[in-house]
Write a protein of this length. Structure first.
Length: 362
């Protein structure tokens, strides 16, 4: 507590602290609720930034500052009520930055939004709201006044992920290739098709947008009436294809099983979740999306289980050096499960295209 209080003292706006409580949410950053002595003042969220994952903290925080300031300006222009509940606000430290470095760790503070909550349950209703809000989030950032950096370089770059797999195959560091050769061959058969986004970008046919890149129900705050307040967890906001926000949500939300399900017969694609998410997303995003982006949204749904299968498989071949595993074959089981989901999404592409066409015309 004493160490945390000392860190908080470097954020002058925070005032005197009454209580510091750890929060359980968040897999990457350690997070605390900071309650202040003045009951009429704001409370705050204190986070220790994982600088092993986000190696350029200055760029990370600059991205967040630019994005939140731009959204706040848009809300002010629309004379939106309760703006402090609709966009995050980060405090400046005594260094003038929105973070403080204590010699070992990086810390940041933002204003706590009271009477708010996150959801974890994926339902058709929540999927619609997630689609609507993330489409709106992208729309508000189409005219961002300055470029953002990549907080995790090549995070959703399929061409890069395939190259990682090929390097793993070539090295075969722990002698696992004999077992996985058939799966590698299957993945390679679709590699050129699945890398089409990078190719179209190089040809000048596909734009990159400012995307959230971690779309899930738990990354937005709701009020007590179930209405969306704002998007949170902005660490991965960076230039990407809109496929990142569209496809990554559905990879987990529209799967009938966990991503490491060993029984492949349990893995299917929830088309109703797709329909509700797509409906919300198209409603708020169709005015800025290009015809090609809209045409390739079903591709985005297939892309992310394929990409994750590639990543799990490469890690398995490398000897499990990246993902934490619970048993020896865990990454192989994950790769098989994600590849099965990829095949299930492929079956649904014609129906997805037909449904998206109805949304665009409406």
């Amino acid at each position: 507590m004493e160490i945390l209080t000392s860190i908080i003292s470097h954020f002058p706006e925070a005032g005197e602290v009454k209580k510091i409580s750890p929060l359980t949410s968040g897999l990457i950053n350690k997070t605390y609720l900071v309650q202040t002595l003045d009951d009429s003042a704001s409370d705050y969220i204190l986070q220790c930034i994982n600088h092993q994952v986000f190696t350029d903290v200055d760029m990370l925080q600059h991205n967040i500052e630019v994005v939140t300031a731009h959204i706040r300006k848009k809300l002010e222009e629309k004379q939106t009520k309760d703006i402090d509940r609709k966009v995050l606000r980060f405090l400046k430290s005594d260094t003038g930055k929105t973070y403080y470095f204590d010699g070992e760790k990086y810390w940041r503070m933002c204003v706590f939004i009271p009477d708010s909550r996150t959801l974890d349950a994926v339902t058709p209703e929540s999927s619609y709201l997630v689609g609507l809000k993330f489409g709106e989030f992208e729309a508000m950032l189409t005219d961002l006044p300055e470029p953002l950096g990549e907080t995790i370089p090549d995070f959703h770059n399929m061409k890069f992920r395939i190259q990682q797999l090929r390097e793993a195959v070539q090295k075969d560091a722990v002698g696992r290739m004999e077992k996985v050769r058939c799966l590698v061959d299957e993945i390679e058969r679709d590699a050129d098709e699945m890398c089409c986004a990078e190719r179209l970008f190089q040809e000048g046919k596909l734009p990159k947008r400012i995307c959230h890149c971690d779309t899930k129900v738990s990354n937005m705050l709701f009020d007590d009436k179930g209405e969306v307040l704002c998007v949170i967890d902005l660490d991965t906001v960076m230039p990407s294809f809109v496929f990142s926000d569209f496809g990554d949500f559905l990879r987990s939300a529209a799967n009938t099983a966990p991503e490491d399900e060993p029984d492949l017969n349990k893995i299917h694609f929830k088309f109703d979740i797709f329909k509700h998410f797509a409906k919300g997303y198209i409603e708020s995003a169709k005015h800025f999306l290009t015809p090609l982006e809209i045409e390739l949204l079903p591709y985005a749904v297939t892309l992310f289980p394929y990409m994750q299968a590639v990543r799990f498989l490469a890690d398995y071949i490398n000897g499990d050096t990246y993902y934490q595993i619970n048993y020896a074959e865990h990454n192989y089981v994950r790769a098989l499960a994600q590849y099965k989901l990829y095949k299930e999404t492929k079956k649904n592409v014609p129906e997805m295209k037909a449904y998206i066409e109805t949304l665009v015309k409406s």
